[in-house]
Ligand binder design. Structure first.
Ligand code: AMP
Length: 359
């Protein structure tokens, strides 16, 4: 595994695997710091290709293309976590990759991730490993009420998830997932959802943003509000949880920890995203250093920026055909459109952030 000997100087190249909106906003932030980006994406049309000076369109398994990509990059990062682990191993032998293989291996699989979180003494929903329909039934009988069956890998925005209210349903949900390894989680009757976005620098320094409250619709993030309903003590607890996780993973970069806030005020970890996160987009306008700039700083070995918030903010996603109303959205706040050609159902097309004076 390679590590950076010295910070990447202005003019250096940050490699980013993945060309979606997160890669696009990372590239824009890097550009402001005088750094170039090379985006590697497995399709020809990618939102991030529109804003990067260097790009590669090739399969994540194409070792020749990966080698050529690594040659022009000073350091490599990624904007999504479902990258084949062989790709990361291959690249790690050539150039520093941050966050590294450890962060990915602990967060790509829900069972491994929850076991890791629990090993740090942090609370999660009750969860059970499920590799057969019989195990799904047995696991359901250990829950106090309903559950959610989730595939261990490759789930996002509610994909690979089914709510179940009986042992029979748990078994048939497992069959519907075509026997993919899964976990059965107890359904949490939470008061609301929140997340904490934090960064750890190459020197072990740490910075966390104020945790937003998050609302979902159809399993997709609709709105992040900061400050939300978290108390001051919960804010600090959430930041301390993120720090514990980042340190245990020897993490370099930005990570997000999604949380359930229960009615008795406890914080449970739902999942860890080893990357910048949709619920942190408001940091572009409401903080001196956005989550995107922070990630670039961390992976490039630069000092972390100031994560404090100078405004209250509400960030709303623009989903599917909602983007047709771009003119009125442009009047209503800070509009970001991701340059996606087709407004498919459920697709994140952009977001808008509205600020208010800090309370
Ligand atoms: P996930 O893909 O794990 O982030 O789950 C997507 C969404 O499903 C979460 O943001 C929650 O709204 C809901 N959800 C997931 N797990 C649970 C759970 N154990 N109890 C209640 N709601 C859940």
């Amino acid at each position: 595994m390679k590590t950076l000997d010295a910070p990447v100087k202005p003019g250096g190249v940050i490699g980013i695997i993945g060309g979606g909106q997160l890669g696009r906003m990372l590239a824009l932030a890097a550009s402001r710091l005088g750094l170039k980006t090379c985006i590697y994406n497995d399709e020809n049309h990618a939102p991030a290709f529109q804003v990067t000076p260097l790009q590669v369109a090739a399969s994540y398994e194409d070792q020749n293309m990966l080698r050529g990509f690594a040659e022009i990059c000073d350091v490599i990062t990624f904007e999504f976590e479902n990258i084949p682990s062989a790709t990361i191993e291959f690249l790690s032998a050539l150039k520093p990759v941050h966050p590294g293989a450890k962060a990915l291996s602990q967060t790509q699989d829900r069972f491994i991730e929850k076991t890791f979180v629990a090993s740090l003494g942090l609370a999660t929903a009750p969860f059970f490993d499920v590799t057969s329909a019989d195990q799904a039934r047995a696991a359901f009988s250990k829950l106090n009420g309903g559950g959610i069956l989730k595939t261990r890998r490759f789930g996002y925005d509610g994909k690979g998830q089914a709510k179940v209210t009986s042992a029979d349903q748990a078994a048939s949900a497992f069959d519907n997932f075509k026997n993919a390894p899964a976990i059965l989680e107890g359904l949490i009757d939470f008061s609301f959802e929140a997340s904490v976005i934090a960064a750890r620098g190459a020197d072990g320094s740490f910075a966390a943003y104020d945790p937003p409250e998050n609302e979902h619709e159809n399993h997709i993030l609709r709105r992040s509000t900061v400050p939300g309903r978290l108390t001051r003590a919960q804010n600090e607890e959430a930041k301390a949880m993120a720090r514990k996780i980042a340190e245990a993973l020897d993490y370099i970069g930005v990570l997000a920890v999604e949380l359930f806030v229960t009615k008795d005020g406890s914080l449970l970890v739902n999942e860890i995203a080893p990357r910048v996160h949709n619920s942190g987009h408001w940091t572009i306008e409401a903080c001196q250093c956005s989550q995107f700039e922070q990630h670039i700083r961390a992976v490039a070995g630069w000092p972390l920026g100031d994560a404090s918030r100078h405004a209250d903010a509400v960030m709303e996603n623009i989903i599917g055909a909602e983007a047709d109303a771009w003119e009125s959205l442009a009047k209503s706040g800070a509009l970001h459109l991701y340059g996606k050609q087709e407004a498919k159902l459920g697709r994140k097309m952009g977001h808008v952030t509205r600020l208010k004076p800090k309370t």
